[in-house]
Design a protein around this ligand. Sequence first.
Ligand SMILES: Nc1ncnc2c1ncn2[C@@H]1O[C@H](COP(=O)(O)OP(=O)(O)O)[C@@H](O)[C@H]1O
Ligand SMILES: [Mg+2]
Length: 296
Amino acid sequence: MNGRRGGLLLGTDELEQALEPFFDGGWIAEVLHEVKSGKEATVFCCRADPARGRELIAAKVYRARRLFRNDTVYQEGRINGNARTRRAIAGKSSYGRGAHDDLWAATEFETLRRLHAAGADVPEPLTGTGDAFLMEFIGDADEPATPLYAARLTPQEAPALFARLIADVELWLRHDIVHADLSPFNILYRPGRLTVIDFPQAVDPRFNGQASALLARDLGHVCNYFRRLGINADADDLAAGMWARHLGTGFIGGRPPPDVDDEEDDDDEEKSDAPILVPTWLVPPAVRKRGRRRRR
Ligand SMILES: Nc1ncnc2c1ncn2[C@@H]1O[C@H](COP(=O)(O)OP(=O)(O)O)[C@@H](O)[C@H]1O
Ligand SMILES: [Mg+2]
């Protein structure tokens, strides 16, 4: 491949390599544009191969082999989840190809697969490798869906959207998933509906000791957003209620330990004095010293 595929000059060999299987597999015909490039992944809007019966496909390509974030909190109890993911990978040849150690793309793909099958409002996952995966594109080529933080909801539509979002969070919990990075940045808005994205750090509440705190934090971000639209709901009550319904006892709530990132900069009014809940033996000393909240 000479850099140009489907009309777009891709930036790096890494990116080309990541997308190659999707061209070869007859999934995408052209990369139309980059939607967003973040620290961990870049999302592209692609024109689907006509045989796929859809117009657009989103490709999420992870940066290969770099420290993603301090993932201690999210990896706790993952042994089980990763084993499951690995089995899923083993069962699907194209999915397993190129899988590497961190498996973030595979983990996110598997989470989306389970949630979409359960009827959650998430993009439909299509196919994936260890570095990248394809999913339903939310929006259209001219107008990708607006992240909720930038959307202009009317007070009229807010209550139904809020109720459905909370029901979705509970549906995820029923399927052993806590998003763990839920915020108006990871919720896409189209009139009358919300779609939640960005699940790589999701945790399994049965095996992760921070899960109830992460659930309460997720719901806190949602409740804060909707409060300005006149909806008054208590995130901790919501979290405790759904936890009791699906996990029984063991709700701790509180605040999860702050995220830290290797290349984090400082200016952070959000820097937290919250107790570090993660067992200290799980956190490398170097990280413990530099612990800071991560801004997204
Ligand atoms: N399925 C999708 N359809 C349309 N846009 C998407 C889709 N998935 C992600 N995006 C866009 O890409 C951005 C980054 O995706 P996200 O999964 O949140 O990754 P990260 O925040 O880790 O970079 C989102 O804010 C959204 O604008
Ligand atoms: Mg995001």
